[in-house]
Design a protein around this ligand. Structure first.
Ligand code: DSN
Length: 437
């Protein structure tokens, strides 16, 4: 009988409670999260997590890496095939580190970057408050059209021609319609700027062919994390169109922003990449159907869903304005009490001082899609949300319904169906290889 000391027991309890709560009892609608398949998770537990590998595959500063090298090249190839390029960097350990790498490689202190405004969806790393600012690159904001819920293309082209930046950045975190890559790429290239596209939110949609690949539309560099719509482990990625840019970013990744790159995640990235290769189209198209159904259901329940004139969404996200119900902060908290996990979000019309209680809730359907939910379930979730936000029902009562509803969804879809015995065999190898071989 295992009888741990009290402090160890507490650590174990916290982890078990979190896992049961978030993975079994909650409806997770955070647009930047996902769950890995059991196969990806089990291979994530590999011994590579203990090892060091500074440098590029087969040109390392440490010994003992022959399998790591092989795996890294394999994972790069899998991701390259999905993204239609030979040049993929998997060493950035997050999307922000991937962004920092490109900023440093492509611009200098004092240069300018033209970016999407943060209220209109840019990631904080694209701003003067984040990585761009830390590297001394000046942020110049593109005009944004709230009617179109997109960049004002003519205004942005004019701005790029006037400012002549070194870098133009598209993509972001609050993101319901594709940005106009082709037009912006032409403007960027006409003044000698590079176009970087932050695909963190939509990588799973891109590789599932439900969202245009920005590299095919004229972007020079794509950065991403690997754990939002792409259902891999937390990590970063850079893909470039040319070998020259690939070499440039590689020299910055190491030694500037990454020493070791958390090697065990390469296995899980490769598995998630293969899941997308074989099941990505079905997954991505169901995400789009779910997001649309969810937006329509929320509107029918009485929510103010943004971009009604544009059909609400073409991505995994749905955005609701809950200012009339007390704001994003209050409602995100109430929903958490009902086991519905969302985040509050600034909307284009919010003022900087609204940051603590912005108008919006940002909702993402990629994780619930992965759990096998479809349009009917989207309507049910919209009803749960109405009970809490609009009807003012006791969240504890709604929580009971959510836990009951969630019981039906225990299997991760759009992955390989491996038998439980094989999963357990692999798990045992990761933990106790001496007992298997
Ligand atoms: N991009 C943030 C988000 O969308 O939640 C995480 O970095």
């Amino acid at each position: 009988m295992f009888n741990p000391p009290e402090d160890l027991k507490e650590v174990i309890d916290i982890v078990v409670k979190h896992t049961v709560w978030r993975k079994k009892e909650c409806i997770n609608l955070i647009a930047s999260e996902n769950v890995m398949s059991p196969l990806a998770m089990v291979l994530y537990l590999n011994d590579m997590m203990h090892r060091y590998a500074e440098g590029k595959p087969f040109k390392r500063f440490y010994q003992g890496l022959k399998y790591v090298d092989e795996l890294e090249v394999k994972a790069q190839k899998i991701m390259g095939e999905l993204l239609n390029t030979e040049y993929v960097e998997l060493r950035p350990i997050s999307g922000t580190i991937a962004n920092a790498t490109v900023f440093k490689a492509m611009a200098n202190y004092g240069d300018k970057a033209v970016v999407v405004p943060v209220q209109a969806g840019a990631h904080v790393s694209h701003t003067r408050y984040g990585t761009l600012g830390a590297l001394g690159i000046e942020q110049v904001e593109m005009p944004f059209s709230v009617e179109e819920w997109n960049i004002d293309v003519d205004g942005a082209v004019k701005l790029i021609e006037e400012v002549k930046p070194r870098l133009v950045i598209l993509g972001g975190s609050l993101y319901i319609f594709p940005h106009p890559v082709k037009e912006i790429a032409e403007a960027a290239h006409s003044v000698g700027a590079k176009l970087m596209y932050d695909a963190a939110h939509v990588l799973g949609l891109i590789v599932g062919k439900a969202w245009k690949n920005p590299l095919d539309e004229g972007a020079d560099i794509l950065t991403s994390s690997t754990h939002k719509t792409f259902p891999g482990p937390q990590g970063g990625l850079i893909a470039t169109r040319t070998k020259e840019d690939y070499k440039k970013v590689g020299k910055v990744v190491f030694p500037m922003f990454v020493s070791n790159h958390h090697l065990h995640r390469l296995a899980a990235t490769a598995v998630a990449g293969l899941e997308m290769k074989y099941f990505g189209r079905d997954y991505a198209s169901q995400i789009l159907r779910n997001a649309k159904a969810f937006a329509e259901a929320l509107a029918a329940e009485g929510f103010r869903v943004v971009a009604e004139n544009k059909g609400y969404t073409n991505s995994h996200q749905v955005i609701v304005d809950v200012k009339g119900h007390g704001g994003g902060a209050k409602n995100a908290q109430l929903l958490e009490e009902a086991n519905i996990i969302v985040n509050k979000n600034m909307l284009p019309w919010d003022r900087p001082e609204d940051i603590k209680n912005p108008s919006g809730l940002r909702l993402g359907v990629q994780e619930v899609t992965r759990w096998g939910m479809k349009e009917d379930e989207m309507r049910q979730i919209a009803e749960f949300m109405r009970m809490v936000v609009i009807d003012g029902k006791d969240p504890a009562e709604v929580r009971k319904k959510v836990i009951e509803f969630r019981k039906e969804f225990t299997k991760i879809h759009y992955g390989f169906d491996i038998p439980r015995e094989e999963e357990e065999r692999l798990f045992k190898i990761m933990l106790h290889p001496y007992e298997v071989f």
